[in-house]
Design a protein around this ligand. Structure first.
Ligand code: PEP
Length: 259
């Protein structure tokens, strides 16, 4: 049985005080025994503040980015080993903002995937199509290629250790208020699981958590999470509001009561 993973990607929002306030509020408000594993993903600059604030709580820490390299002359970069020192458990790789605004390629992202896994951290590999790609019926081609190139060389052993999470984030749904329907999302999630099964074997693929991301909020979380291949949510805007984020976590309990 896959446990939901609900992760809040704070992006380049919230200063130190605001990050502290939100982290403390989640620690106090989230029920101790939720149906979901919960993670917050603050800016790198405030990992230290947030890791202190959530210490002793079940909330896990994530990072929004990582260097593809282990160490050395890479000004401005932060290695997976350094993230681990902050207590980071999950690292986002391939978020659409990094693919499309910062121009990160699939082969570059594949190096980051390996950097994260080699450090024993879990990677959340984000994949998803642009609106024009969906309109041309290219969704599976795009997502299939991002998986194939992004996960090249990843072993079934790493997957079995729980070091791989995939986030399906249709680019047209991110920050737009436009959410994929539950059927659109489920269709792509099932396709992703098929591709994972082809690469890692059906048993390993069955254990991989596949999150949906794109304008998720408490009002649509339950119907998305009720889909058989949706194992969590990667939440942007709504994760900045304690009440919304807690509502999303609570929706998990109602979505698949057995999880
Ligand atoms: C995201 O950036 O990963 C995301 C899903 O954002 P939003 O929830 O704001 O669409």
């Amino acid at each position: 049985m896959r446990k939901f993973l609900i992760a809040g990607n704070w992006k380049m929002n919230l200063g130190r005080e605001e990050s502290l306030k939100l982290a403390r509020s989640l620690v106090h408000t989230l029920p101790p025994d939720t149906h979901a594993q919960v993670a917050v993903i603050p800016t790198l600059a405030h990992l230290d503040t947030v890791t202190d604030a959530i210490s002793g709580s079940p909330i896990a820490l994530g990072a929004q980015n990582v260097s593809s390299e282990k160490k050395g002359a890479f000004t401005g970069e932060v290695s997976a080993a350094m993230l681990k020192e902050f207590g980071v458990k999950f690292v986002l790789v391939g978020h659409s903002e990094r693919r499309h605004i910062l121009g990160e390629s699939d082969s570059f992202l594949n190096k980051k995937v390996h950097a994260v896994i080699n450090e024993g951290l879990a990677v959340i590999l984000c994949v998803g199509e642009l609106l024009e790609e969906r309109e041309k019926n290219k969704t599976n081609d795009v997502v299939g290629r991002q998986l194939e190139l992004g996960l090249a060389g990843v072993t079934a052993a790493a997957v079995e250790k729980g070091l791989l999470v995939v986030a399906y984030e249709p680019v047209w749904a991110i920050g737009t208020g436009r959410t994929a329907t539950k059927d659109q999302a489920q269709e792509v999630h099932a396709f992703i699981r098929q591709r994972l099964a082809a690469q890692f074997g059906a048993a390993s693929a069955a254990g991989v958590r596949i999150q949906y991301g794109g304008s998720a909020k408490k009002s649509n979380a339950q119907e998305l999470l009720a889909q058989p291949d949706i194992d969590g949510l990667l939440v942007g805007g709504a994760s900045l509001l304690a009440d919304e984020f807690v509502g999303i976590v609570q929706a998990a309990a109602a979505a698949k009561p057995g999880c």
